[in-house]
Design a protein around this ligand. Structure first.
Ligand code: GLU
Length: 294
């Protein structure tokens, strides 16, 4: 039985790119007669707003992208994250942002910095001398993590060499996305994770966490980026592409039709309801390259 999810962050109104991801996640689940979950990822209390939670639900419904069950919001799940955290081999890291930058190995190809292990072997006495609240990192092995993505194909990363020990709890006490998402998807019994391709490089870390915590690993589908005709990534700051603006100027069928045509799910650009795309949907139709929106 397929279980999929929408996992929006309520830090703004949904954007055309979020709608595209939600559409494919929904089509995948509905075409397999599975269960769709909604989980509001309000992990970061400073960026999350109730008005955006309400708007996301309202916009998904307006688009015809329904869900079967709402999972607890991340802001209520601290105890669950804590119990996962306790099962990991972690250590406190006192590095400041500048220290991390200076000490990091050359940037990974996607612009991430690789943690140099500065605080990995501090003694208790050295830790006691630090006058700062630490973040917490998990010790990663020098091992390749490989998986097969349903859109992007094979992907491999060596956690020690390409990433380094990564943060699972921030210095303000908030559990990191990498840990929360694994804990939550396992809790929801999620079998397939559909999300933007900007999260592809997070996946080896998450797979390793699933394995370390003895949780079943879902399938992954990383959805291509949407680009403008000039080849530039559609910016989240582009107000005309957020739902507040789109709702004033388009019908839901026009928005779904535009995305479905751009993704080659339909042959002509025409208004269409999301449910009319279910019977023809297949991941094989989604190409592994940016999708141009005109
Ligand atoms: N909350 C993330 C977002 O809105 C998605 C995370 C995920 O799907 O794992 O981009």
């Amino acid at each position: 039985m397929t279980v999929g999810r929408f996992a929006p962050s309520p830090s703004g109104r949904m954007h055309l790119g979020n709608v595209f991801t939600a559409l494919l996640a929904w089509l995948s689940v509905r075409s397999q007669h599975g269960t769709m979950l909604l989980r509001i990822e309000d992990l970061d209390p400073e960026r999350s707003k109730q008005e955006y939670i309400d708007a996301i639900k309202y916009d998904l419904q307006w688009l015809g992208l329904d869900w079967d069950k709402e999972m607890p919001q991340q802001s209520t799940r601290e105890a669950a994250y804590h119990s996962c955290f306790e099962r990991l081999e972690t250590y406190p890291c006192f590095c400041t942002r500048n220290e991390l930058h200076d000490a990091s190995a050359p940037h990974a190809s996607d612009g991430r910095t690789i943690y140099a292990g500065t605080c990995r072997s501090l003694t208790e006495a050295q830790r006691a001398e630090k006058n700062r609240k630490p973040s917490w990192r998990v010790r990663v092995p020098d091992r390749n993590i490989s998986f097969y993505d349903g859109v992007c194909g094979s992907y491999t990363e060596n956690l020690a060499k390409d990433c380094g020990d990564f943060i699972v709890r921030r210095s303000d006490g908030v559990y990191a996305y990498q840990l929360a998402v694994v804990c939550d998807d396992a809790f929801g019994g999620v079998t397939e994770v559909v999300r933007g391709s900007d999260l592809l490089a997070s996946t080896p870390r998450q797979i390793w966490l699933y394995e370390t915590l003895d949780l079943p690993v879902p399938k992954f589908f990383h959805v291509p980026l949407l680009i403008a005709p000039d080849g530039k990534r559609l910016s989240k700051r582009e107000k005309s592409l957020d739902l507040e603006h789109l709702r004033e100027n388009c019908t839901p069928e026009e928005i779904i039709g535009k995305l479905a045509f751009a993704a080659k799910l339909i042959q002509r650009e025409e208004p269409i309801q999301a449910r009319d795309l279910i019977s023809e949907f297949s991941w094989a139709k989604i190409e592994n390259k940016p999708i141009m929106i005109s």
